[in-house]
Write a new protein. Structure first.
Length: 109
């Protein structure tokens, strides 16, 4: 498997934007991924796997939950390592509409 799973969200973002005990990770639908050398968090942005994940996540029913340039909507800076499972049908909508946020998809933004 080319990726490993853990939880490496930026703690500064958690302080600024998250409600305690309300992490998306606690739903069991989200995961933070890294590559085989263990690059995670912002270091993952600069690895070939980081780009590969963004381009292929939807094929497997995942979305990159916090896309670039959407902090005003999601509350988070870009986190290309943080994926959320939404199923292949919903993920296909994200594939068709680059930059779409989950909040926009749900109609709450
Ligand atoms: Zn995460």
């Amino acid at each position: 498997m080319p990726f490993a799973v853990g939880c490496w969200d930026d703690p500064d973002q958690a302080v600024a934007g998250s409600v305690p005990a309300a992490s998306e990770h606690q739903t069991g639908l989200a995961a933070d991924l890294t590559n085989a050398s263990g690059a995670h968090g912002t270091a993952f942005n600069h690895t070939p796997r980081g780009g590969l994940l963004g381009r292929n996540a939807t094929e497997y029913g995942f979305i990159v939950r916090y896309p670039k340039g959407a902090k005003a909507i999601t509350g988070y800076e870009r986190e290309p390592w943080h994926v959320r499972y939404v199923g292949k049908a919903v993920a296909a909508e994200f594939e068709r509409r680059p930059g779409l946020t989950f909040e926009q998809y749900l109609g709450v933004a």
